[in-house]
Ligand binder design. Structure first.
Ligand SMILES: Nc1ncnc2c1ncn2[C@@H]1O[C@H](COP(=O)(O)OP(=O)(O)O)[C@@H](O)[C@H]1O
Ligand SMILES: [Mg+2]
Length: 491
Protein backbone atom coordinates (compact mmCIF):
# COMPACT_ATOMS: atom_id res chain seq x y z
CA UNK A 1 0.00 0.00 0.00
CA UNK A 2 1.26 3.44 -0.83
CA UNK A 3 1.86 5.57 2.24
CA UNK A 4 -0.36 8.59 1.92
CA UNK A 5 1.28 11.35 3.89
CA UNK A 6 -0.73 14.07 5.58
CA UNK A 7 0.85 16.53 3.15
CA UNK A 8 -0.54 14.66 0.15
CA UNK A 9 -3.95 14.27 1.76
CA UNK A 10 -4.20 17.89 2.80
CA UNK A 11 -2.95 19.20 -0.53
CA UNK A 12 -5.38 17.05 -2.49
CA UNK A 13 -8.19 18.08 -0.16
CA UNK A 14 -7.33 21.74 -0.55
CA UNK A 15 -7.20 21.51 -4.33
CA UNK A 16 -10.46 19.56 -4.50
CA UNK A 17 -12.28 22.08 -2.32
CA UNK A 18 -11.05 24.93 -4.50
CA UNK A 19 -11.99 23.16 -7.78
CA UNK A 20 -15.45 22.22 -6.53
CA UNK A 21 -16.22 25.61 -5.08
CA UNK A 22 -14.95 27.51 -8.11
CA UNK A 23 -16.91 25.27 -10.43
CA UNK A 24 -20.07 25.75 -8.39
CA UNK A 25 -19.67 29.50 -8.36
CA UNK A 26 -18.71 29.41 -12.06
CA UNK A 27 -21.77 27.41 -13.09
CA UNK A 28 -24.11 29.65 -11.13
CA UNK A 29 -22.32 32.71 -12.54
CA UNK A 30 -22.48 31.46 -16.09
CA UNK A 31 -26.22 30.83 -15.81
CA UNK A 32 -26.92 34.27 -14.40
CA UNK A 33 -24.71 35.82 -17.05
CA UNK A 34 -26.37 33.82 -19.82
CA UNK A 35 -29.89 34.69 -18.66
CA UNK A 36 -28.93 38.33 -18.43
CA UNK A 37 -27.43 38.67 -21.87
CA UNK A 38 -30.22 36.69 -23.50
CA UNK A 39 -32.84 38.77 -21.74
CA UNK A 40 -31.12 41.95 -22.81
CA UNK A 41 -30.88 40.80 -26.38
CA UNK A 42 -34.56 39.81 -26.37
CA UNK A 43 -35.51 43.25 -25.07
CA UNK A 44 -33.46 44.99 -27.75
CA UNK A 45 -34.91 42.91 -30.57
CA UNK A 46 -38.43 43.42 -29.27
CA UNK A 47 -37.88 47.17 -29.13
CA UNK A 48 -36.47 47.07 -32.61
CA UNK A 49 -39.48 45.09 -33.90
CA UNK A 50 -41.97 47.39 -32.19
CA UNK A 51 -40.29 50.49 -33.68
CA UNK A 52 -40.34 48.89 -37.07
CA UNK A 53 -43.99 48.05 -36.68
CA UNK A 54 -44.97 51.59 -35.73
CA UNK A 55 -43.01 53.08 -38.63
CA UNK A 56 -44.13 50.61 -41.28
CA UNK A 57 -47.75 50.14 -40.27
CA UNK A 58 -49.28 53.17 -42.11
CA UNK A 59 -47.54 52.20 -45.35
CA UNK A 60 -48.51 48.58 -45.11
CA UNK A 61 -52.11 49.68 -44.66
CA UNK A 62 -51.88 51.61 -47.89
CA UNK A 63 -50.33 48.72 -49.79
CA UNK A 64 -46.67 47.97 -49.92
CA UNK A 65 -45.95 49.58 -53.23
CA UNK A 66 -45.65 53.23 -52.20
CA UNK A 67 -42.35 55.00 -52.66
CA UNK A 68 -42.04 55.98 -49.00
CA UNK A 69 -42.50 52.37 -47.90
CA UNK A 70 -39.75 51.28 -50.20
CA UNK A 71 -37.45 54.09 -48.92
CA UNK A 72 -38.03 53.06 -45.31
CA UNK A 73 -37.44 49.43 -46.20
CA UNK A 74 -34.16 50.50 -47.77
CA UNK A 75 -33.17 52.23 -44.54
CA UNK A 76 -34.19 49.34 -42.36
CA UNK A 77 -32.28 46.79 -44.37
CA UNK A 78 -29.09 48.71 -43.79
CA UNK A 79 -29.95 48.90 -40.06
CA UNK A 80 -27.63 46.61 -38.10
CA UNK A 81 -27.51 42.94 -39.03
CA UNK A 82 -31.03 41.93 -38.18
CA UNK A 83 -33.19 40.13 -40.71
CA UNK A 84 -36.80 41.14 -40.98
CA UNK A 85 -39.64 39.00 -42.20
CA UNK A 86 -43.01 40.45 -43.01
CA UNK A 87 -45.94 38.07 -42.82
CA UNK A 88 -49.29 38.98 -44.36
CA UNK A 89 -52.65 37.78 -43.16
CA UNK A 90 -52.49 34.90 -45.60
CA UNK A 91 -49.46 33.66 -43.70
CA UNK A 92 -47.10 34.30 -46.61
CA UNK A 93 -43.59 35.05 -45.48
CA UNK A 94 -42.06 37.97 -47.29
CA UNK A 95 -38.79 39.56 -46.45
CA UNK A 96 -37.29 42.97 -46.56
CA UNK A 97 -34.62 42.03 -48.84
CA UNK A 98 -32.36 43.77 -51.30
CA UNK A 99 -34.16 47.08 -50.84
CA UNK A 100 -37.45 45.46 -51.70
CA UNK A 101 -40.31 43.77 -50.15
CA UNK A 102 -40.87 40.49 -51.90
CA UNK A 103 -42.02 37.01 -51.36
CA UNK A 104 -39.01 34.82 -50.75
CA UNK A 105 -38.20 32.59 -53.64
CA UNK A 106 -37.64 29.63 -51.39
CA UNK A 107 -39.96 29.02 -48.44
CA UNK A 108 -37.73 30.07 -45.51
CA UNK A 109 -39.70 28.02 -43.00
CA UNK A 110 -40.77 24.73 -44.60
CA UNK A 111 -40.99 22.95 -41.25
CA UNK A 112 -43.19 25.65 -39.78
CA UNK A 113 -40.67 26.35 -37.01
CA UNK A 114 -41.94 29.89 -36.70
CA UNK A 115 -45.64 29.09 -37.01
CA UNK A 116 -46.04 29.14 -33.26
CA UNK A 117 -44.79 32.68 -32.77
CA UNK A 118 -46.61 33.80 -35.96
CA UNK A 119 -49.91 32.40 -34.73
CA UNK A 120 -49.36 33.98 -31.37
CA UNK A 121 -48.59 37.38 -32.93
CA UNK A 122 -51.63 37.12 -35.21
CA UNK A 123 -53.61 36.57 -32.04
CA UNK A 124 -52.19 39.86 -30.76
CA UNK A 125 -49.49 38.38 -28.50
CA UNK A 126 -45.86 39.23 -28.84
CA UNK A 127 -43.63 36.18 -28.64
CA UNK A 128 -39.97 35.27 -29.03
CA UNK A 129 -37.93 32.14 -29.62
CA UNK A 130 -34.40 31.15 -30.31
CA UNK A 131 -32.67 28.32 -32.06
CA UNK A 132 -31.21 27.26 -35.36
CA UNK A 133 -32.50 29.12 -38.37
CA UNK A 134 -32.12 26.83 -41.37
CA UNK A 135 -32.65 29.60 -43.86
CA UNK A 136 -29.72 31.71 -42.70
CA UNK A 137 -27.84 28.67 -41.36
CA UNK A 138 -27.24 30.38 -38.04
CA UNK A 139 -28.38 30.30 -34.45
CA UNK A 140 -30.78 33.19 -34.04
CA UNK A 141 -33.16 34.86 -31.70
CA UNK A 142 -36.50 35.81 -33.23
CA UNK A 143 -39.30 38.09 -32.02
CA UNK A 144 -42.71 38.24 -33.68
CA UNK A 145 -44.88 41.40 -33.23
CA UNK A 146 -48.36 41.96 -34.65
CA UNK A 147 -48.90 44.86 -37.09
CA UNK A 148 -51.86 46.71 -35.65
CA UNK A 149 -53.96 49.18 -37.62
CA UNK A 150 -55.47 52.37 -36.17
CA UNK A 151 -58.77 50.57 -35.46
CA UNK A 152 -56.83 47.88 -33.53
CA UNK A 153 -57.28 45.20 -36.20
CA UNK A 154 -54.23 43.07 -37.02
CA UNK A 155 -53.11 43.21 -40.60
CA UNK A 156 -49.89 41.15 -40.41
CA UNK A 157 -46.81 40.17 -38.40
CA UNK A 158 -43.21 41.36 -38.30
CA UNK A 159 -40.51 38.87 -37.27
CA UNK A 160 -37.10 40.25 -36.46
CA UNK A 161 -34.23 37.74 -36.35
CA UNK A 162 -30.86 38.48 -34.89
CA UNK A 163 -27.84 36.25 -34.81
CA UNK A 164 -26.88 34.96 -31.34
CA UNK A 165 -23.26 34.44 -32.33
CA UNK A 166 -22.22 37.46 -30.20
CA UNK A 167 -23.85 35.82 -27.16
CA UNK A 168 -22.02 32.54 -27.80
CA UNK A 169 -18.80 34.47 -28.09
CA UNK A 170 -19.39 36.16 -24.72
CA UNK A 171 -20.23 32.81 -23.17
CA UNK A 172 -17.08 31.27 -24.59
CA UNK A 173 -15.02 34.13 -23.21
CA UNK A 174 -16.64 33.61 -19.82
CA UNK A 175 -15.73 29.92 -20.00
CA UNK A 176 -12.14 30.68 -20.82
CA UNK A 177 -11.90 33.03 -17.83
CA UNK A 178 -13.50 30.43 -15.60
CA UNK A 179 -11.07 27.70 -16.65
CA UNK A 180 -8.13 30.08 -16.31
CA UNK A 181 -9.35 30.98 -12.82
CA UNK A 182 -9.72 27.31 -11.88
CA UNK A 183 -6.24 26.51 -13.14
CA UNK A 184 -4.70 29.47 -11.33
CA UNK A 185 -6.50 28.59 -8.14
CA UNK A 186 -5.46 24.96 -8.37
CA UNK A 187 -1.83 26.01 -8.53
CA UNK A 188 -2.19 28.48 -5.66
CA UNK A 189 -4.23 26.03 -3.60
CA UNK A 190 -1.71 23.29 -4.27
CA UNK A 191 1.19 25.47 -3.14
CA UNK A 192 -0.67 26.78 -0.09
CA UNK A 193 -1.90 23.31 0.84
CA UNK A 194 1.62 22.00 0.54
CA UNK A 195 3.01 24.86 2.62
CA UNK A 196 0.40 24.58 5.38
CA UNK A 197 0.57 20.83 5.60
CA UNK A 198 4.37 20.92 5.70
CA UNK A 199 3.99 23.30 8.65
CA UNK A 200 1.81 20.74 10.36
CA UNK A 201 3.75 17.64 9.48
CA UNK A 202 7.26 18.96 10.14
CA UNK A 203 6.84 19.22 13.92
CA UNK A 204 4.98 15.90 13.95
CA UNK A 205 7.95 14.28 12.24
CA UNK A 206 10.28 15.81 14.84
CA UNK A 207 8.09 14.52 17.68
CA UNK A 208 8.00 11.11 16.05
CA UNK A 209 11.77 11.08 15.72
CA UNK A 210 12.14 12.03 19.40
CA UNK A 211 9.67 9.29 20.35
CA UNK A 212 11.65 6.72 18.39
CA UNK A 213 14.83 7.85 20.11
CA UNK A 214 13.07 7.55 23.44
CA UNK A 215 12.17 3.94 22.78
CA UNK A 216 15.88 3.33 22.42
CA UNK A 217 16.58 4.98 25.76
CA UNK A 218 17.85 8.27 24.39
CA UNK A 219 16.12 11.14 26.15
CA UNK A 220 18.51 13.86 25.05
CA UNK A 221 16.58 14.71 21.89
CA UNK A 222 14.07 17.44 22.73
CA UNK A 223 11.54 18.65 20.16
CA UNK A 224 12.10 22.34 20.97
CA UNK A 225 8.99 23.39 19.08
CA UNK A 226 7.61 26.57 20.56
CA UNK A 227 4.41 27.03 18.53
CA UNK A 228 1.41 28.61 20.20
CA UNK A 229 -1.04 25.96 19.03
CA UNK A 230 -2.05 22.38 19.74
CA UNK A 231 1.08 21.02 18.12
CA UNK A 232 3.20 23.34 20.25
CA UNK A 233 1.35 22.10 23.32
CA UNK A 234 1.82 18.51 22.23
CA UNK A 235 5.55 18.94 21.80
CA UNK A 236 5.88 20.76 25.13
CA UNK A 237 4.00 17.94 26.83
CA UNK A 238 6.21 15.52 24.99
CA UNK A 239 9.39 17.25 26.17
CA UNK A 240 8.09 17.27 29.74
CA UNK A 241 7.22 13.58 29.45
CA UNK A 242 10.66 12.84 28.10
CA UNK A 243 12.36 14.76 30.93
CA UNK A 244 10.23 13.05 33.56
CA UNK A 245 10.88 9.62 32.09
CA UNK A 246 14.56 10.36 31.92
CA UNK A 247 14.52 11.54 35.52
CA UNK A 248 12.59 8.46 36.63
CA UNK A 249 14.91 6.13 34.82
CA UNK A 250 18.01 7.84 36.24
CA UNK A 251 16.38 7.70 39.65
CA UNK A 252 15.67 4.03 39.21
CA UNK A 253 19.22 3.39 38.12
CA UNK A 254 20.47 5.30 41.15
CA UNK A 255 18.19 3.32 43.44
CA UNK A 256 19.31 0.10 41.84
CA UNK A 257 22.94 1.09 42.37
CA UNK A 258 22.19 2.02 45.98
CA UNK A 259 20.54 -1.32 46.52
CA UNK A 260 23.56 -3.14 45.09
CA UNK A 261 25.93 -1.06 47.21
CA UNK A 262 23.80 -1.74 50.23
CA UNK A 263 23.83 -5.49 49.73
CA UNK A 264 27.59 -5.38 49.18
CA UNK A 265 28.09 -3.30 52.33
CA UNK A 266 25.87 -5.48 54.47
CA UNK A 267 27.71 -8.60 53.32
CA UNK A 268 31.01 -6.92 53.99
CA UNK A 269 29.98 -5.78 57.47
CA UNK A 270 28.73 -9.23 58.36
CA UNK A 271 31.83 -10.99 57.18
CA UNK A 272 34.22 -9.60 59.81
CA UNK A 273 32.31 -10.70 62.91
CA UNK A 274 31.42 -14.02 61.26
CA UNK A 275 35.06 -14.71 60.42
CA UNK A 276 36.09 -13.88 63.99
CA UNK A 277 33.35 -16.10 65.43
CA UNK A 278 34.27 -18.98 63.16
CA UNK A 279 38.01 -18.66 63.93
CA UNK A 280 37.37 -18.72 67.65
CA UNK A 281 34.92 -21.59 67.46
CA UNK A 282 37.31 -23.65 65.29
CA UNK A 283 40.14 -23.01 67.73
CA UNK A 284 38.00 -24.15 70.64
CA UNK A 285 36.72 -27.20 68.77
CA UNK A 286 40.17 -28.30 67.61
CA UNK A 287 41.48 -27.95 71.15
CA UNK A 288 44.48 -25.88 70.04
CA UNK A 289 43.66 -23.07 72.44
CA UNK A 290 45.00 -23.46 75.96
CA UNK A 291 42.42 -23.69 78.72
CA UNK A 292 43.40 -20.36 80.31
CA UNK A 293 42.60 -18.47 77.10
CA UNK A 294 39.13 -19.93 76.74
CA UNK A 295 37.60 -17.15 78.74
CA UNK A 296 38.94 -14.57 76.28
CA UNK A 297 37.58 -16.62 73.41
CA UNK A 298 34.13 -16.71 74.92
CA UNK A 299 34.28 -12.97 75.48
CA UNK A 300 35.16 -12.39 71.82
CA UNK A 301 32.37 -14.71 70.75
CA UNK A 302 29.86 -12.81 72.85
CA UNK A 303 31.15 -9.41 71.64
CA UNK A 304 30.98 -10.34 67.96
CA UNK A 305 27.58 -11.94 68.34
CA UNK A 306 26.34 -8.77 70.02
CA UNK A 307 27.77 -6.77 67.17
CA UNK A 308 25.82 -8.89 64.71
CA UNK A 309 22.73 -8.49 66.84
CA UNK A 310 23.07 -4.69 66.89
CA UNK A 311 23.63 -4.65 63.14
CA UNK A 312 20.55 -6.76 62.48
CA UNK A 313 18.42 -4.64 64.77
CA UNK A 314 19.75 -1.42 63.14
CA UNK A 315 19.05 -2.79 59.69
CA UNK A 316 15.53 -3.72 60.74
CA UNK A 317 14.98 -0.22 62.14
CA UNK A 318 16.28 1.34 58.97
CA UNK A 319 14.20 -0.80 56.66
CA UNK A 320 11.10 -0.10 58.71
CA UNK A 321 11.72 3.64 58.56
CA UNK A 322 12.44 3.52 54.83
CA UNK A 323 9.29 1.59 54.09
CA UNK A 324 7.44 4.74 55.18
CA UNK A 325 4.97 2.70 57.21
CA UNK A 326 5.88 4.20 60.54
CA UNK A 327 3.07 5.18 62.82
CA UNK A 328 3.58 8.05 65.22
CA UNK A 329 2.17 8.04 68.67
CA UNK A 330 2.09 11.77 69.37
CA UNK A 331 1.73 13.09 72.87
CA UNK A 332 2.74 16.00 75.03
CA UNK A 333 6.30 15.34 76.18
CA UNK A 334 8.56 16.89 78.73
CA UNK A 335 12.04 17.02 77.23
CA UNK A 336 13.73 17.14 80.59
CA UNK A 337 12.06 13.92 81.61
CA UNK A 338 13.11 12.13 78.44
CA UNK A 339 16.72 13.17 78.91
CA UNK A 340 16.59 11.97 82.50
CA UNK A 341 15.22 8.60 81.34
CA UNK A 342 18.00 8.29 78.79
CA UNK A 343 20.66 9.17 81.36
CA UNK A 344 19.32 6.35 83.49
CA UNK A 345 19.37 3.86 80.61
CA UNK A 346 22.93 4.78 79.66
CA UNK A 347 24.23 4.75 83.20
CA UNK A 348 26.23 1.49 82.79
CA UNK A 349 28.27 2.84 79.84
CA UNK A 350 28.82 6.31 81.23
CA UNK A 351 29.92 4.77 84.48
CA UNK A 352 32.37 2.45 82.70
CA UNK A 353 34.08 5.42 81.02
CA UNK A 354 33.56 7.74 83.97
CA UNK A 355 31.69 10.25 81.84
CA UNK A 356 29.37 12.79 83.38
CA UNK A 357 26.11 13.63 81.55
CA UNK A 358 25.26 17.19 82.48
CA UNK A 359 21.65 18.30 81.97
CA UNK A 360 21.14 22.00 81.31
CA UNK A 361 17.85 23.87 80.99
CA UNK A 362 16.45 27.24 81.96
CA UNK A 363 13.85 25.72 84.21
CA UNK A 364 10.69 26.82 82.50
CA UNK A 365 10.35 25.08 79.17
CA UNK A 366 7.33 24.37 77.05
CA UNK A 367 6.56 20.73 76.39
CA UNK A 368 6.77 19.31 72.84
CA UNK A 369 4.25 17.35 70.92
CA UNK A 370 6.09 14.24 69.76
CA UNK A 371 6.48 10.46 69.85
CA UNK A 372 8.19 9.30 73.06
CA UNK A 373 9.82 6.12 71.72
CA UNK A 374 11.02 7.66 68.47
CA UNK A 375 12.39 10.76 70.13
CA UNK A 376 14.16 8.63 72.72
CA UNK A 377 15.63 6.43 69.98
CA UNK A 378 16.84 9.55 68.16
CA UNK A 379 18.47 11.08 71.22
CA UNK A 380 20.10 7.80 72.27
CA UNK A 381 21.78 7.47 68.86
CA UNK A 382 23.53 10.83 69.32
CA UNK A 383 24.20 10.52 73.05
CA UNK A 384 25.58 7.02 72.50
CA UNK A 385 27.90 8.42 69.82
CA UNK A 386 28.96 11.22 72.13
CA UNK A 387 29.83 8.70 74.83
CA UNK A 388 31.54 6.36 72.40
CA UNK A 389 33.74 9.05 70.85
CA UNK A 390 34.57 10.81 74.14
CA UNK A 391 37.72 10.23 76.16
CA UNK A 392 37.45 8.62 79.59
CA UNK A 393 36.82 10.93 82.52
CA UNK A 394 35.12 13.60 80.41
CA UNK A 395 31.81 15.36 80.31
CA UNK A 396 28.85 15.55 77.89
CA UNK A 397 26.41 18.44 78.02
CA UNK A 398 22.75 17.87 77.23
CA UNK A 399 21.01 21.22 76.92
CA UNK A 400 17.40 22.16 76.25
CA UNK A 401 17.39 25.61 74.68
CA UNK A 402 14.47 27.93 74.07
CA UNK A 403 15.63 31.00 72.23
CA UNK A 404 14.24 33.70 70.04
CA UNK A 405 15.79 33.73 66.58
CA UNK A 406 14.46 36.31 64.09
CA UNK A 407 11.47 37.02 66.31
CA UNK A 408 10.59 33.36 66.35
CA UNK A 409 10.76 31.04 69.31
CA UNK A 410 12.87 28.00 68.61
CA UNK A 411 13.25 24.99 70.82
CA UNK A 412 16.18 22.63 70.52
CA UNK A 413 18.29 20.04 72.25
CA UNK A 414 22.07 20.14 71.91
CA UNK A 415 24.42 17.28 72.72
CA UNK A 416 27.95 18.51 73.21
CA UNK A 417 30.94 16.25 73.74
CA UNK A 418 34.67 16.91 74.08
CA UNK A 419 35.78 13.78 72.29
CA UNK A 420 37.72 13.01 69.16
CA UNK A 421 35.55 15.14 66.84
CA UNK A 422 34.94 14.64 63.14
CA UNK A 423 37.16 16.05 60.39
CA UNK A 424 35.81 18.60 57.92
CA UNK A 425 36.22 16.09 55.09
CA UNK A 426 34.14 13.49 56.87
CA UNK A 427 31.21 15.64 58.02
CA UNK A 428 29.38 15.62 54.64
CA UNK A 429 29.41 11.82 54.63
CA UNK A 430 28.19 11.35 58.19
CA UNK A 431 24.79 9.71 57.97
CA UNK A 432 25.54 7.68 54.85
CA UNK A 433 24.92 4.05 55.63
CA UNK A 434 27.94 2.23 57.03
CA UNK A 435 30.05 5.39 56.94
CA UNK A 436 32.53 5.52 59.79
CA UNK A 437 34.88 8.44 60.20
CA UNK A 438 36.93 6.63 62.80
CA UNK A 439 38.82 4.49 60.32
CA UNK A 440 41.14 3.01 62.93
CA UNK A 441 38.06 1.79 64.83
CA UNK A 442 39.78 2.72 68.01
CA UNK A 443 36.52 3.96 69.47
CA UNK A 444 33.95 2.43 67.20
CA UNK A 445 34.76 -1.19 67.88
CA UNK A 446 31.14 -2.23 67.83
CA UNK A 447 29.98 0.37 65.35
CA UNK A 448 27.67 -0.30 62.47
CA UNK A 449 27.75 3.10 60.80
CA UNK A 450 23.97 2.94 60.62
CA UNK A 451 23.07 5.07 63.65
CA UNK A 452 22.96 8.47 61.99
CA UNK A 453 21.23 7.02 58.88
CA UNK A 454 18.45 5.93 61.20
CA UNK A 455 18.57 9.26 63.03
CA UNK A 456 18.11 11.19 59.78
CA UNK A 457 14.88 9.33 59.06
CA UNK A 458 13.66 9.93 62.60
CA UNK A 459 14.56 13.62 62.31
CA UNK A 460 12.35 13.81 59.24
CA UNK A 461 9.32 12.01 60.61
CA UNK A 462 9.51 13.89 63.91
CA UNK A 463 9.63 17.18 62.01
CA UNK A 464 12.98 18.27 63.34
CA UNK A 465 16.13 19.82 61.93
CA UNK A 466 19.61 18.41 62.44
CA UNK A 467 22.81 20.41 62.66
CA UNK A 468 26.23 18.82 63.18
CA UNK A 469 29.17 20.96 64.26
CA UNK A 470 32.46 19.29 64.94
CA UNK A 471 36.14 19.95 65.16
CA UNK A 472 38.71 17.22 65.19
CA UNK A 473 40.26 16.66 68.62
CA UNK A 474 37.99 19.30 70.13
CA UNK A 475 34.54 17.79 70.17
CA UNK A 476 31.20 17.56 68.54
CA UNK A 477 27.94 19.41 68.95
CA UNK A 478 24.68 17.97 67.67
CA UNK A 479 21.68 20.28 67.55
CA UNK A 480 18.16 18.93 67.12
CA UNK A 481 15.66 21.70 66.53
CA UNK A 482 11.92 21.13 66.87
CA UNK A 483 10.21 22.77 63.90
CA UNK A 484 6.67 24.05 64.29
CA UNK A 485 6.70 23.01 67.93
CA UNK A 486 4.52 25.97 68.88
CA UNK A 487 1.59 24.95 66.65
CA UNK A 488 1.76 21.43 67.83
CA UNK A 489 1.81 22.01 71.54
CA UNK A 490 -1.31 24.12 71.27
CA UNK A 491 -3.21 21.25 69.75
N1 LIG B 1 30.11 12.51 68.64
C1 LIG B 1 30.94 12.06 67.69
N2 LIG B 1 32.26 12.31 67.76
C2 LIG B 1 33.06 11.85 66.79
N3 LIG B 1 32.67 11.13 65.73
C3 LIG B 1 31.38 10.85 65.61
C4 LIG B 1 30.43 11.30 66.58
N4 LIG B 1 29.20 10.90 66.16
C5 LIG B 1 29.40 10.19 65.03
N5 LIG B 1 30.68 10.17 64.66
C6 LIG B 1 31.25 9.54 63.46
O1 LIG B 1 30.22 9.22 62.60
C7 LIG B 1 30.22 7.84 62.29
C8 LIG B 1 28.80 7.36 62.07
O2 LIG B 1 28.06 7.37 63.23
P1 LIG B 1 26.86 6.40 63.40
O3 LIG B 1 26.05 6.48 62.21
O4 LIG B 1 26.21 6.63 64.70
O5 LIG B 1 27.56 4.99 63.39
P2 LIG B 1 28.34 4.24 64.53
O6 LIG B 1 28.03 4.90 65.79
O7 LIG B 1 27.78 2.86 64.45
O8 LIG B 1 29.75 4.30 64.12
C9 LIG B 1 30.88 7.23 63.44
O9 LIG B 1 31.48 6.00 63.09
C10 LIG B 1 31.92 8.25 63.77
O10 LIG B 1 33.05 8.12 62.94
MG1 LIG C 1 26.28 5.44 66.56
Amino acid sequence: MIKRSITTKLTIGFVLIIIISTLCIGIIGINIFRNNIFEMKEKNITLHAQKLESVLEPYIENGMDSKEYKDIVKGVSSFDNTKVWMINLKGEIRTIYENEDKVLKKNPDPQGVYSEIITSALGGKLKSMQGYNAYYDENMMSVAVPIVKGDKSIIGVIIVHSSTIDLSNSMNEFFIYLIAAVLGEVIIAGLLGFYFSKNITKPIKIINEAAMQMTEGNFKLKTNIYQKDEIGELSTSFDILSSRLEYNIRQQEKLEQMRKDFVANVSHEFRTPLTIIRGNLEGLYDGVIPMEEHHDNYYTLIKETKRLEVMVSDLLSLSKLESGKVELNLQKLDLKEILRDITRVLKPITKAKNIELELIDDGNLSPVWSDYDKLKQLLIIFIDNAIKFSHVNSKIKLAIILENINQKDTLSITITDYGIGISKEDIPFIGERFYKADKARKYSGNSTGLGISIAKHLIEILNCKLEIKSQINVGTQIKIEFLKFEDEIHL
